[in-house]
Design a protein around this ligand. Structure first.
Ligand SMILES: NC(=O)c1ccc[n+]([C@@H]2O[C@H](COP(=O)([O-])OP(=O)(O)OC[C@H]3O[C@@H](n4cnc5c(N)ncnc54)[C@H](O)[C@@H]3O)[C@@H](O)[C@H]2O)c1
Ligand SMILES: O=C(O)[C@H](O)COP(=O)(O)O
Length: 592
């Protein structure tokens, strides 16, 4: 096993890649847990001390117990932003609900230690995802366990506003009996516009159909057949606004949905519309809603979520007589909280263990079966990147890198994001102190001005293997081993997977064959007998074990490149002696 001192996205030859699967649906009382893996995302190799998980908001006990089987768990609730920043440098993972803002400062304060943020719920608008990505921190959420709870809360609010439940309750408790004041409106036959036809939206739609409502939905990204399957018509924003008697909001808070319900939108709704929001406060312009309520355009609103939570005391919406409010209770059922706690604990423990999370928010998801197939190529790409960059002569900046994937499979049949991330890791880590993983690879490449392009070569033959060979080329640079420059003028290394192990099969224009383990020496020599023996003697005198050796030559008696795989690192003296062998024209020592 290779020892890696930090939590690290590393797949090395010796590293076990383990796969995990997880539940995708919430309440076990309602849904069975799926049996098969869904998707896999990140590999983190964790060896050494027990990790520390900071749980910053109340989490169901089952989740805490699961976390404790693997980590030190620090449950510290109600931390101020400053206290969170102070604690975080001692934590490997952080678990929050919607009440904690995980800002850029949090990631900066963690000084690289924080590797996973678990959001025990769906909405990740309280986590600075860009900052997480830039810091190589994986963000996972629990996207399914509270779906039903949120949908049920939406329906509870829908029925509550239609019959003035909250207002009537307050009135009776105040000693009044106002039967005429609280005449409600019926739901049956009314049109409900579901805005955001995702998990919660579609469950709300399903239930509203059961109440006899006409349900339409607006969601630019939802598949029409999914809507059709439950008898819901997908409509434009305009149509939803102008035809609905009730509007229920279920989209995420994003730059595009922020204040989507503003003065302009309210100017187009049917007079007397009722609005329910169990999504996020920020999707409504609260000032505009207040104006629409005061003018009677909106008859009633039911709000579970607010732009600022908790809303300030003087918030006029909260105090408005036609507004029913709850304190962000959508996910707050016993069943949902148990499910969310387990879902997030499994995801966080999995990520810390080096398993792969199905619910990563800021990393590409690679299906389990694809990952299994690609794992030796993942190791190969990282090593090719490492070799290529070490061949660059000092002073030449690495800017242009091309990765070529040769395969007999169709161009769409290969997900290269993982491979690209690993080439980037291989290229950048040997020449910097930056830690590169699947989460931050593209960001770090961009930040360093590295332009990595990918090319596919479709070969004839059997598409059994995902890849035949992979080539990494660095353009516009000099090499400290001139033979590594191919005819195209680029440093070129090429590799293949043989018997499940990555092999270097080409350097520049020379065909070679060496298993990519330990470290290697590349030697160009004039092809003559006895050189292999001389090099072997020097290394054996040093007790350096040669694990692989190959010689690739242009033609007999001409130049050849000898590739020697080594288990141990030779001393400078030994390397000097190799360089002094008369026939050796150039050589380089490369660490993998
Ligand atoms: N109040 C609560 O306690 C509570 C509980 C659970 C979820 N939520 C919130 O409910 C919302 C929905 O959660 P979900 O699990 O269904 O998420 P989801 O990702 O399954 O569904 C969101 C849907 O919104 C759609 N969407 C995106 N942009 C849109 C736009 N501009 N217009 C219309 N639709 C758009 C997406 O295509 C997607 O189908 C989220 O904001 C989540 O944070 C709140
Ligand atoms: O996005 C969510 O999952 C809900 O808003 C629930 O948030 P909570 O975990 O703070 O209850």
């Amino acid at each position: 096993m290779s020892v890696i001192s930090s939590w690290n996205l590393t797949i090395s030859l010796n590293t076990t890649i383990s796969l995990s699967w997880r539940s995708s649906l919430p309440s076990r009382a309602i849904f069975p847990r799926p049996k098969k893996p869904k998707t896999l995302v990140v590999l983190a190799t964790a060896l050494g001390a027990k990790p520390t998980v900071l749980v910053a908001e109340k989490l169901g006990d089952a989740g805490i117990q699961l976390l404790k089987t693997f980590a030190n768990v620090d449950c510290s609730y109600n931390l101020s932003p400053e206290e969170l920043c102070t604690k975080i440098s001692l934590c490997d993972a952080l678990i929050v609900r919607s009440g904690t803002k995980v800002t850029r400062e949090v990631f900066e304060s963690s000084m690289g230690r924080l590797k996973v943020v678990g959001r025990a719920g769906v909405g990740i608008d309280n986590v600075d995802i860009s900052a997480a990505t830039e810091h190589g921190c994986l963000v996972v959420n629990a996207p399914t366990a509270n779906t039903i709870a949120a949908a049920e809360h939406g329906i509870a609010l829908l029925t509550a506003v239609s019959r003035n439940i909250a207002q009537a309750d307050a009135s009776v408790k105040a000693g009044k009996w106002e039967r005429n004041k609280y005449v409600g409106v019926s739901l049956v036959g009314k049109t409900l516009a579901v805005m955001g036809f995702g998990k919660v939206g579609s469950e709300v739609a399903r239930r509203a159909k059961g109440l006899g409502m006409q349900v339409i939905a607006h969601d630019p990204y939802a598949p029409a057949d999914r809507a059709r399957a439950i008898g819901v018509e997908l409509v434009s924003f305009e149509e939803a606004l102008t035809t609905a008697d009730f509007i229920s909001l279920h989209m995420p808070l994003t730059p595009a949905t922020s204040k989507m319900f503003n003065d302009e939108a309210f100017s187009r709704v049917k007079k007397g519309v009722r609005i329910i929001n169990v999504a996020r406060g920020g999707v409504i312009d609260e000032e505009a809603l207040l104006r629409a309520l005061d003018s009677g355009i909106v008859a009633q609103a039911a709000l579970d979520v607010f732009t600022e939570e908790p809303p300030p005391q003087e918030n006029k919406l909260v105090r408005h007589e036609n507004v029913t409010v709850t304190p962000h209770l959508g996910a707050s059922t016993t069943e949902a909280q148990e499910g969310v706690a387990l879902e997030i604990a499994e995801a966080v423990v999995g990520a810390l263990k080096g398993e792969l999370a199905a619910t990563a928010v800021n990393a590409p998801m690679v299906p389990a079966e694809v990952l299994l197939e690609l794992s030796p190529y993942v190791a190969l790409t990282e090593k090719l990147g490492r070799l290529a960059v070490q061949l660059v002569a000092g002073g030449s900046g690495v800017k242009f890198v091309k990765v070529t994937y040769a395969s007999a499979r169709g161009p769409d049949d290969l997900d290269t994001r993982l491979l690209r991330a690993m080439v980037t890791k291989g290229l950048i880590e040997p020449i910097s102190s930056v830690f590169v993983n699947l989460v931050n690879a593209d960001f770090i490449a961009k930040q360093r001005g590295l332009r990595l392009t990918e090319e596919r070569i479709v070969l004839d033959g059997s598409p059994e293997k995902p890849l035949e060979f992979i080539q990494v080329r660095i353009a516009n640079v000099e090499s400290k081993f001139a033979s590594a420059i191919s005819n195209s003028g680029e440093i070129t290394v090429e590799g293949r997977v043989k018997d499940g192990k990555p092999h270097l099969t080409k350097v520049g224009s020379f065909g070679v064959d060496v298993s990519l383990e330990g470290s290697i020496v590349l030697c160009r020599q004039s092809d003559q007998p006895g050189i292999i023996g001389k090099v072997g003697n020097i290394l054996s005198e040093e007790n350096v074990n040669v694990n692989f050796m190959s010689v690739g030559r242009i033609a007999p008696g001409k130049q050849a490149v000898m590739t020697i795989g080594l288990d141990e690192e030779p001393s400078r003296d030994a390397l000097k002696k190799i360089g002094e062998i008369t026939a050796v024209e150039e050589f380089v020592f490369l660490k993998l």
